[in-house]
Design a protein around this ligand. Structure first.
Ligand code: GH3
Ligand code: MG
Ligand code: MG
Length: 533
């Protein structure tokens, strides 16, 4: 943990320690008040205070206090409907209050996870007894960040996975067996870890695929498969690029608790943002684009549960996992919350390592899933609807911060002829090559999508029209010089580009139209060129 984060956490702890006696006193006053004159509103307020204290005290390490306050809170909750408190009920509450007052305010030391050292190579286990196959595959891995280890039977494989968990597993379902398939999945679930599993099979019939799904496989490849594709998938699942920090949006009406969770997640390399007003959530999601939402349940204005229901009605956001974080330990209420669209329910107080593990595994799974939904399967680029969605998002950002933005449409020249002359497979290779080139030569903050068959769309963030034109023209030259070579062919391909910029043009629709018109012009003027709108 860096010193800065440590200092901030310490400051939060100290600030809470200072405020705690006051909070307990407020609780006492609320109880005294209620005893002088019973009033249902007051009882509810008293319950709310206890509920909040239970969550915050536990979070900051006052475990014993938190436990007794929870007892009080649950007791009050069960009697919220009473017209008045009986002598017996008052007695129970008084006893709990006395207990609360007598607990020494000692902060338990919180244990923080130590981030694992970043391994330089990533271990991949291969379950396949075929040595030649393994050798050939391993040869392809030379020079990548992955290291392949072959295991020839399931028993050895399981032992290796458990003793030294790999970064990913490649399993031929033929050697998995129907009954053993779920073993792998169950084991991961039990240990709260997610190791991506790539399944291979000769047939790819339903029984093979079923086996892969039961094992928890996230990728299925029929043999012989494209090793390039395999490595691409590994990059997506576990490559250094995949370790891109998850973006977590925390919505909690207590700013200090939100800050506390945020620090814990940041310490683990995630990017966290906190808001205390739940009504601002939608705006922030559009701007911050979180991978996961952490929602407090009881909030004024709009509760976490209502918020989840709202988000589940917005198709653009249905894929974002939601984790509720609340002191609510009533299983029925938790279930109801999950029913309305939450993915998980964590009970406050939560240990830092549990929070981190839950957030990470949820975000990872969702990331893997959404990469399927958002991406084009041939090229791995964003698909048509998502590049458009991304354009809307980037336009919001450009408007807000007054950044330039350029949008380009790229279309391969005379692609039909390539297909006709060399076949569809070679045509596909051209598409992949171009995608690869675009991804590697554009900056990380740019976006590339497959707009249609042989048409690509590129969003160049923070890039003016002139800069975009220059950059795309370099790419055009570079691509037109690449040779596609095979046994009996050797050819080059070019593409044409139309570019338009935000600033002169304001809406996404108009940008697309302008870029399209410029592309048309480029084709008309003889192809293999970049034309600005
Ligand atoms: P222009 O220079 O005017 O763009 O000519 P073109 O031949 O590239 O344009 P046209 O739109 O006539 O043809 C596009 C071709 O792209 C037709 C279609 O078969 C091919 N195509 C579309 N998607 C794929 C794909 O996924 N794989 C392959 N191999 N070909 C594709
Ligand atoms: Mg076309
Ligand atoms: Mg074309």
């Amino acid at each position: 943990m860096d010193n800065n984060t440590q200092d901030k956490l310490q400051a939060l702890m100290t600030a809470y320690a200072d405020k705690l006696p006051g909070k307990i006193q407020e609780l006492q006053l609320a109880w005294q008040d209620l005893q002088t004159k019973y009033d249902k509103e007051k009882l509810m307020e008293f319950h709310r205070e206890a509920h909040t204290l239970c969550g915050s005290a536990g979070t900051y390490g006052y475990i014993e206090l938190s436990q007794v306050v929870r007892e009080l809170s649950n007791y009050l909750r069960d009697h919220l409907d009473s017209r008045e408190l009986t002598a017996e009920q008052s007695e129970v509450i008084s006893l709990l209050m006395q207990q609360i007052e007598s607990i020494p305010l000692i902060q338990n030391k919180l244990t923080f996870f130590k981030s694992e050292d970043v391994a330089t190579t990533k271990l991949i286990y291969l379950l396949n007894p075929d040595h030649d196959f393994a050798k050939e595959l391993a040869a392809h891995f030379v020079g990548t960040e992955y290291e392949l280890h072959q295991l020839t039977n399931l028993a050895d494989f399981m032992a290796a996975v458990q003793n030294n968990p790999p970064a990913a597993m490649i399993v031929d379902v033929e050697y998995l067996g129907e009954n053993e398939a779920s073993l792998l999945y169950e084991w991961q679930k039990k240990h709260d870890i997610v190791i991506p599993l790539l399944c291979t099979a000769t047939n790819g019939d339903i029984s093979d695929r079923l086996c892969a799904v039961r094992a928890g496989g996230s990728v299925f490849m029929r043999k012989p498969f494209d090793v390039f594709y395999l490595i691409k998938m590994l990059d997506q699942l576990i490559g250094s690029a995949a370790e891109e920090a998850f973006r977590i949006l925390i919505v909690d009406d207590s700013p200090s608790l939100g800050e506390y969770y945020s620090l814990i997640l940041q310490k683990e390399g995630m990017v966290a943002r906190t808001i205390s007003n739940s009504l601002q959530t939608l705006d922030l999601i559009a701007e911050f684009q979180p991978d996961l939402l952490l929602l407090d349940v009881y909030m004024p204005n709009c509760t976490g549960i209502e918020l989840a229901a709202i988000l589940r009605q917005e198709p653009l956001y249905t894929h974002i996992p939601i984790i509720f974080l609340s002191s609510e330990d009533d299983k029925l209420k938790q279930l109801a919350a999950l029913n309305l669209g939450g993915d998980d329910f964590l009970t406050k107080p939560i240990l830092p390592q549990h929070l981190v593990a839950a957030v990470r595994s949820r975000a990872k799974r969702a990331g893997i899933l959404s990469s399927y939904m958002l991406r084009d399967s041939l090229t791995g680029l964003l698909n048509h609807s998502n590049i458009l969605y991304q354009l809307e998002i980037e336009l919001i950002r450009a408007r807000r911060y007054d950044y330039p933005l350029s949008f380009a449409m790229i279309d391969i020249d005379n692609f039909k002829t390539i297909n006709d002359q060399y076949g569809h497979m070679i045509g596909d290779r051209v598409l992949k090559k171009l995608s690869e080139m675009l991804i590697t030569h554009l900056s990380k903050s740019d976006y590339v999508g497959r707009y249609g068959g042989e048409e690509f769309a590129v969003i160049l963030t923070n890039t003016s029209l002139t800069a975009a034109k220059r950059h795309l023209d370099d790419l055009r030259k570079h691509f037109s010089q690449m040779h596609f070579r095979g046994e009996n062919y050797d050819f080059t391909v070019s593409f044409s580009v139309g570019v338009a910029s935000f600033g002169d043009i304001l809406s996404a629709q108009d940008l697309i139209k302008a870029a399209d018109q410029a592309l048309y012009k480029a084709k008309h003027e003889g192809r293999n060129r970049v034309v600005t709108s």
